[in-house]
Design a protein around this ligand. Sequence first.
Ligand code: HEC
Length: 176
Amino acid sequence: MPDAPVPALTWLGEKLRHDWMSKFISGQVEYKPRTWLIGRMPGFAHVADGVALGLSHQHGLPQKEADEPAADAELVAAGQKLIGADGGFNCITCHAVGEQAATAVFEAPAINFAQTAERLRKGYFHRWVLAPTRIDPDTKMPKYADPEGVTQLSDPYEGKGPAQFEAIRQYIRTVK
Ligand code: HEC
């Protein structure tokens, strides 16, 4: 459904971290990730935890993601540059970053990166950014990597998309 007013449930169990999903389903997340949607989901406090767990298990994933060490400063700096306009992919045309609003939001409304780290599982982040239309054929988010995973930015990491996207992910982990 191209114009579905709400996101599809299909990938949620693979996409969202259990704790965030459970909190969201129970109606306890105070912000709205998709501020542009008119609909508001009701809370289902009694079943939230079980539903969140069931959705993750449906994709064969455990409740908890592996713990990660604190973000590496060098990666964080590279990631910050990579989302920007100057020597980066300019992700910030569509994505706000904390208090910093998206620079050309009319392109396509997207989720504020400040909310992404607590929402997304690592595997899904990479699968999405590598080829967004493989997950959502109607998404307006561009694809930055060719089929070999190489991007148009030869620097840093010799243009290797997965390494560049990992730096972005590490930066996003630090955004408040
Ligand atoms: C033309 C607009 C646009 C640009 C530019 C863009 N995105 Fe997106 N992005 C989107 C849209 C639309 C979505 C899906 C929003 C939704 O789930 O409702 C999205 C979703 C995402 C998500 C999932 C976020 C979440 O918390 O659910 C990530 C991660 C992401 N983008 C990363 C990136 C990165 C990294 C770049 C730059 C390399 C980028 N995006 C550039 C439009 C864009």
